[in-house]
Design a protein around this ligand. Structure first.
Ligand SMILES: O=C(O)CCC(=O)C(=O)O
Ligand SMILES: [Fe+2]
Length: 341
């Protein structure tokens, strides 16, 4: 396989190997409901005016869609735009400057790869710079030296993402009636990882995917998508676009959130499509349990009317299954559902 897809020029035609079989290609989108945009301006660490409404909206969005966008989230807008800008610069650097980060070693804290970097049947129209970003002091040394302001920008972004995670977790646990820090500790104990997804312009987006249908493995994914559309979610069997909202961050519930909340919050299946006019960058930051963390439905959410729908398992076991099944939610759910009456 080629080391990276993006070589800094526009392709004239889609190379054969990137073409998906006709039955798997995108079909018409549903244009009904739009994904909720939740304004966090009045969300406080304590109960205040407007706060209860925000908690309610977050839970409802989780029950219905498994995804929502947030605005006035407190993350510095300049940090977000700098992050997108510096990553665009990274992917526009000459190939020889980028390719030094290419690696197939899954354990590396920073690596560039193409497609999923795994055993794809049809490769995806995507390159990805994967970086462990938090705790900053453990990983900063591995981040790319070029562009020269990359390290400083990623550091600021990582700190903002950490703060935002705590804020969102506080709102979710409050809404569910769990202890305030229930989702902290082991359940979000893995270092924070960001995937900087780069989708070069594609001559025929109807034939390819930037990312194929998957659910995210962790608790939540915080996604920055700039102003180019491309994210789609599967909602009641129909695909729907999540169009960009200025300065918004998309919150995607991952599969562990569904397990921990005993199915109260849904993990949404999603994909990314390509675009023939512009390249697109999205930055996904994953909050995931430590590999040795025991994941199980929260006891407070169980009673005789709400028996556990899932088994308890080590996140490491889940993750091995996730990789083997390419993030297929149905297969993973079957594997971890509780079959004892
Ligand atoms: O590019 C996007 O909008 C989606 C990215 C994504 O789903 C992921 O990185 O897991
Ligand atoms: Fe994803």
């Amino acid at each position: 396989m080629e080391k990276v897809l993006h070589k800094g020029f526009k392709y004239d035609t889609v190379p054969e190997k990137y073409v998906f079989p006709p039955e798997e290609r995108q079909k018409k989108l549903a244009s009904n409901k739009s994904i909720p945009v939740i304004d966090l301006a009045n969300a406080k660490a304590y109960i205040g005016l407007g706060h209860d409404e925000i908690v309610k909206q977050i839970l409802e969005a989780g029950k219905e869609f498994g995804v929502f966008q947030i605005v006035n989230h407190g993350v510095n807008n300049e940090v977000m735009s700098k992050m997108l800008e510096v990553m665009e610069e990274f992917f526009n650097m000459p190939l020889e400057k980028r390719v030094i980060h290419y690696s197939e070693d899954l354990c590396k804290p920073v690596r560039l790869f193409t497609s999923t970097g795994a055993h794809d049947i049809v490769p995806l129209w995507r390159d990805c710079l994967r970086m462990a970003i938090y705790p900053v002091e453990n990983f900063k040394q591995y981040w790319p030296e070029k562009p020269s302001n990359l390290k400083e920008t990623v550091e600021r972004y990582a700190v903002e993402m950490k703060g935002l995670t705590e804020k969102i977790f506080g709102l979710i646990t409050e809404g569910l009636g769990l202890e305030y820090d229930y989702l902290n500790g082991g359940l979000s104990g893995q270092p924070m990882i960001s995937h900087v997804n780069y989708y070069p312009p594609c001559p025929d987006p109807s034939l390819t995917f930037g990312l194929a249908k998957h659910c995210d493995p962790g608790l939540v994914t915080l996604l920055l998508q700039g102003d180019v559309s491309g994210l789609q979610i599967l909602c009641n069997g129909e695909w729907q676009a999540v169009d960009p909202v200025p300065n918004a961050i998309i919150v995607i519930y991952g599969h562990q959130m569904e397990f921990v909340t005993n199915g109260q919050l849904k993990s949404v299946e999603h994909r990314a499509i390509t675009n023939d006019m512009q390249s697109r960058i999205s930055i996904a930051t994953f909050i995931q349990p430590a590999m040795d963390c025991l994941v199980a439905p929260a006891k407070k959410l169980l009673d005789e009317n709400n028996p556990p729908l899932y088994k308890s398992f080590l996140f490491g076991d889940y993750f091995a299954n996730y990789v083997a099944n390419l993030g297929d939610k149905l297969k993973l759910t079957e594997h971890f559902q509780n079959t004892t009456p």
